[in-house]
Write a protein that binds this ligand. Structure first.
Ligand SMILES: [Zn+2]
Length: 210
C-alpha cells in the first residue's frame, strides 16, 4: 500500500512540475500522463517514470488485414523484453539486467488524441501497408490501459483526421476521442457518425491505410 502511495506521490509531483512550467488551457484539455514501468527480472524491482503526453502514438501490429483500434492499444501497452544490448541497469541490483518494460496511462485527458504510426522508425525502406483499422464511434473503453485497476475512462469519438495523397507525407492518421459524458447523447453520436462518412448503420467505422 505504501508502495502504491509513493508511486501516486511521484506521479502527482511529476504532474505538478509539468503544470508549473507549461500549464495552458489547451494542455488542460489534451494533456495526459503516461506511466512507464521497468521491471527487473532478477530482483523484480519496479522503476517507474511519469511523462506528460499530448497524444498516444500507436504502432500497427500487422502490415495487412483488418485490425481493431483496441489491438493497436494492446500492442502499445504490451510488455516488452529488454535484453542483450538493450539491457538497462537495474537501480536496485546496480548492474545491467534483463528487464520488462510497459506503458500504462496514469492520467487520462479530457480529449484523447490517438494517432497511428504507419511506419516503425527502424523501417528505412517503408513497405506498402494494406491495413483496415476499425474504430468505435462511442464507448472506447480505455480502462484496460490504465495504471490503476478499476479506473474508468470511456471515450466517444469526436473527430478523425486522415491524410490522403503521396504516401511519404501521409504519416499521421489521428483520432480525437472525448471523454464520454451524459451530455454526449446518442443523438449527437448519430449526427457525428453521419458526418464522418457514412453509408450504413454500423457502430464501428474503419480507416483504410494503404
Ligand atoms: Zn534488479
Amino acid at each position: 500500500m505504501q508502495y502504491v502511495d509513493s508511486e501516486q506521490a511521484k506521479a502527482a509531483e511529476a504532474w505538478n512540475r509539468y503544470l508549473r512550467m507549461e500549464e495552458s488551457r489547451i494542455g488542460n484539455i489534451f494533456m495526459g500522463q503516461l506511466k512507464s514501468t521497468l521491471r527487473c527480472t532478477h530482483c523484480h524491482h519496479d522503476s517507474v517514470t511519469f511523462d506528460p503526453f499530448w497524444d498516444l502514438s500507436l504502432p500497427i501490429p500487422s502490415r495487412t488485414g483488418n485490425l481493431k483500434l483496441q489491438q493497436c492499444l494492446q500492442h502499445f501497452t504490451r510488455e516488452e523484453e529488454l535484453d542483450g544490448d538493450e539491457k538497462p541497469t537495474c537501480s536496485k541490483c546496480g548492474v545491467r539486467r534483463k528487464c520488462l518494460k510497459w506503458f500504462t496511462v496514469q492520467k487520462f485527458p479530457q480529449v484523447l488524441v490517438l494517432h497511428l504510426k504507419r511506419f516503425s522508425p527502424t523501417e528505412r525502406f517503408r513497405g506498402k501497408l494494406n491495413v483496415v483499422v476499425e474504430f468505435p464511434l462511442s464507448g472506447l473503453d480505455m480502462g484496460p490501459y490504465a495504471a490503476a485497476r478499476g479506473q474508468e475512462a470511456v471515450y466517444d469519438l469526436y473527430a478523425v483526421s486522415n491524410h490522403s495523397g503521396e504516401w511519404r507525407r501521409a504519416l499521421r492518421p489521428s483520432f480525437l476521442f472525448q471523454i464520454a459524458t451524459s451530455a454526449f447523447t446518442d443523438a449527437v453520436t448519430a449526427s457525428r457518425a453521419e458526418s464522418l462518412t457514412c453509408s450504413s448503420a454500423y457502430k464501428t467505422r474503419s480507416l483504410n491505410l494503404t
